[in-house]
Design a binder for this molecule. Structure first.
Ligand code: IDC
Length: 460
């Protein structure tokens, strides 16, 4: 062990000298930074800064660099605590991204101002160690939309047609994908490696972004959560996946409690993402203990806010009884059929947990699907607690029904939470392997098998 440490120390010195003497060696040591100017306008720009830790795992980190031009200033940054003194920029980890395992990456970014040219910085340090992997070592650029056969490329802007979700050819489609866990808790699970696995290995059509409002979520840091949602939208878009922005209300169950927050949040994300084809909005995860009339009232106030900024996106409205179309509170779909939300291009959410919700819920969905556009924005293979044994028979019955009715779905959760609903074994997100079968739980294995089968989206 001692000898190993001594060898490491020698390597570190050698790398330090190389960096001083000239261009860094191609071999990556310590860390790697990909600095991308994602857009630039008169005097301003936006930059993405992807930090990959190539050294030992760190808990708490500080990234530093020097702006090459004195006129370059960070105006507003996200996913880190930013400061600048003269040309020296510092981005310090925040609570949810402070742990970076070996090979793990995190995406930061900022808007900046500049005068004259806007050259990219080239030398970065992470916790004082030079990021020698930053030059000439970048990942290949994401595929160009329009030619790559991804779900968004093939289907384009979606819309509701009758009771279905339709693609740009006006043909019904079904999207099959995964939901994040609460992004306030599991951000370590959402990075380039995990989303590559979701898009390429799972062949997932969508990523649901579960942004809790309470429970240490949005209400504690509206600007921070808004920018994190936006960055996940971009990461899904870069991989050709749809992004379902879930305003994850849960407790309290009356969405009107969060009405002002919903208006602020959706005005912002809808304006920012209006030009994208991959965004779907889910305005209230699971109303509970509240009437359909109150939910409808909430929807009729939030939907116009989204429409004002992003007129053509599909919007999904939660339903009574934890989005059970009322069944879990002794009602059923007729309350929605008889009093639909006064808006177009909308769908209604239905949620189930296979071990808890069985034949009577499937019967309600079968009836409702003939009259209402439904989207299963969340379901579990387990009990409604998110834990307990996976119910394979009920899950299979549910997914066969959804396939037959072309109802889209997202499974809870694409995370390594210590609960049986999670797709990954606990601890997976501390590493960088999201692809081997050994990292999957029983639920993850079943879902990956279901989701990765060909979509055969209609194109004419
Ligand atoms: C659960 C999580 C669990 C967390 C709990 C409280 O799995 O780790 O402690 O929320 O926030 C839902 C909700 C969803 C629940 C899930 C399982 O939309 O937030 O997640 N569930 O209980 N509705 C039915 C089940």
């Amino acid at each position: 062990m001692k000898r190993f440490l001594a060898v490491l120390a020698t390597c570190a010195t050698a790398v330090g000298l190389t960096a001083l003497a000239g261009p860094p060696a191609a071999a990556a040591t310590g860390c790697k930074v990909d600095y991308t100017i994602t857009s630039q306008w008169q005097g301003g720009f936006q930059a993405g800064v992807k930090v990959t830790n190539l050294g030992a795992p760190v808990t708490g980190w500080t990234l530093k660099w020097t702006m090459p031009d004195a006129g370059q200033k960070v105006v507003q940054g996200w996913n880190a605590t930013w400061s600048q003194s003269g040309a020296a920029v510092t981005a310090a980890s925040v609570d949810w991204n402070r742990t970076l395992g070996t090979g793990a990456a995190t995406d930061l970014g900022f808007t900046g101002s500049f005068t004259g040219a806007n050259p990219k910085p080239s030398a970065f340090t992470l916790n004082g160690v030079a990021c020698t992997g930053s030059v000439g070592d970048e990942d290949p650029p994401p595929p160009t939309p329009g030619t790559d056969g991804t779900p968004v490329d093939v289907n384009g802007q979606l819309h509701v047609c009758g009771v279905n979700l339709c693609n740009q050819y006006n043909r019904p489609i079904q999207l099959r994908g995964m939901s994040t866990h609460g992004i306030q808790w599991f951000s370590k699970c959402y990075n380039n490696a995990s989303l590559d696995a979701l898009a390429k290995d799972w062949k997932s059509d969508l990523l649901r972004i579960a942004m809790y409002v309470q429970e240490s979520g949005y209400e504690t840091d509206p600007a921070g959560f808004t920018s994190r949602v936006n960055s996940y939208v971009d990461m899904a878009e870069a991989r050709g996946m749809y992004a379902l922005i879930d305003f994850h209300t849960l407790t309290p169950g009356d969405p009107n409690y969060n009405l002002d927050r919903a208006k602020t949040f959706f005005a912002s994300v809808a304006a920012r993402n209006a030009g994208k084809k991959n965004v779907i909005y889910e305005i209230a995860n699971e109303p509970n203990g509240v009437s359909w009339a109150a939910i409808k009232n909430y929807a009729e106030q939030v939907i116009p806010v989204i429409r004002a900024a992003d007129p053509d996106a599909v919007i999904i409205v939660g339903t009574r009884g934890w989005s059970s179309l009322g069944v879990s509170e002794g009602s059923n779909e007729t309350e929605v059929v008889n009093s639909p939300v006064n808006a177009t291009n909308i769908m209604y959410a239905f949620h189930f947990y296979a071990a808890s919700h069985k034949d009577n819920y499937r019967a309600a969905v079968s009836r409702a699907a003939a009259k209402l556009p439904l989207f299963v924005t969340e379901f579990g293979t387990v009990s409604a607690t998110g834990g307990g044994a996976m119910d394979r028979a009920s899950t299979t019955a549910w997914l066969d029904l959804l396939d037959q009715l072309k109802i889209s779905y997202a499974n809870w959760t694409y995370s390594d939470a210590s609960e049986s609903s999670a797709a990954f074994k606990s601890g997976t997100c501390n590493g960088s392997d999201y692809s081997s079968s050994g990292v999957l739980t029983e639920s993850g294995t079943l879902l990956k098998n279901r989701i990765s089968t060909p979509d055969n989206f209609p194109t004419s």
